[in-house]
Write a protein that binds this ligand. Sequence first.
Ligand SMILES: [Zn+2]
Length: 478
Amino acid sequence: MNNELAQAVYDRSPVWMQNLLLSAYGFSLYRARYGGSYRQHLARLLRTERYSRSELAELQAVELRRLLTHAARHVPWYARLFAEHGISPDGIDPDNLGRALPILEKDTVRTRTGLLIADNVAGGALHTINTSGTTGSPLVIRATADALRRNYAFFERFLRTAGVRSRDRSVTFAGRMLLPAGRLEPPYWRSNWAMNTLLCSSYHLSDSTAEAYIRCIARFRPRYIDAYPSAAYTLALYLTERPELPRIRPKAIVTSSETLLEHQRALIEEAFGCPVYDQYGSAELAACITQCEHGSYHVNPEYGIVEIVREDGRPAAPGEAGELICTGFLNDAMPMIRYRIGDSAIASDRSCGCGRAWPVVESLLGRVDDVIVTPDGRRIGRLDPLFKGLTGIKEAQIVQVAPNRLEVNLVRDNAYDPSVGARLVEALSLRVGRDMQIELRFLERIPRTAAGKFRSVVSRLPQPARHGVEAVEQRLYS
Ligand SMILES: [Zn+2]
């Protein structure tokens, strides 16, 4: 919903009226997303998808030159930066970009928003993307209508890789509030007839409600399901435990917004009998990384340039982890050039058997802030292998509450016995060191963020200044 009044009217309406309101809203969104230049953008992307490495390099060089020239002329922040450092856009290409320009920090985007908006775009015509954070101040991103349409063209191309299209019958687990958080009775879903979509609330999905969701989704017979990994995983667990429930057989499951863990992917694919295609995007319109039929994560090169850099600022070597530094070509209203987006990944130099000449990212590691820092200074990100082979644990979250203290939140099932917990503490201790105290906490459900997202590792330690702003929680495609 667009504003508080619309939300208030929606909240007070009966379900049938909410379906109607959501569908009307869906139609207006549909026009905004798929009108105008959308078709041309999609046609172009379907052509460039099979470009050779050298054709893509040429395309990126042209796009980068155009973006930098625009920024130098029309974006006050960059005009000043280029002038102060005597930088000319003509001398910068995709290969020397990392050496030529400094990194744009999230804090700068938050505090200098006005200076980052181009002076030659009509303010009234811009769209505002608000990103919500778990704490701290959100970012405000301004985007042209054309940038959003191009963005949806990229999403459509990704869906086609998965063998589906955006207007196919689909189920979406939405981050937006479709119904009051305290609602105990179904339906936990609403209809968007404009998009042929059943919108399901992520906030109400739990053990006690999963059966109702499954029966409804099975009746709906979606061609694909678009969900947070944690939501798809909850359904998959329940389907696996309850073979008497109707099966759900979509052609694909597409996930985004959270780090997809390997054990989640395996169980989701088994329970739904179809592949999972994961996707990484951002509200800042700075990067698009999508999985192909071969399971590789590919940087979409027409979207922008993604560097993976080490802490010392140098490019990460293949197999090495680093932070994503993103330059997006889409949004002239608020260009993100060498933007530190707050997520990290493992670099790769391999090519993929799918035939696309796109760069490969070995794996996405998630938010930079969500790591455990051991008392001896080691940073440990992905801890999900710890839970491998442990029975009786449905969901787990590791929270660092102090430099020497972790809390492990667990949701148990009937197969849990105390030896499982002891093994978990032991395995965790091995990785984080004996100086770290570990406490197990048993919960009914692990709380989600304000945007309904699940985080497997949470750090409550004060973050260094450059990470002073909470990472983006906006789910762009919901
Ligand atoms: Zn591939």
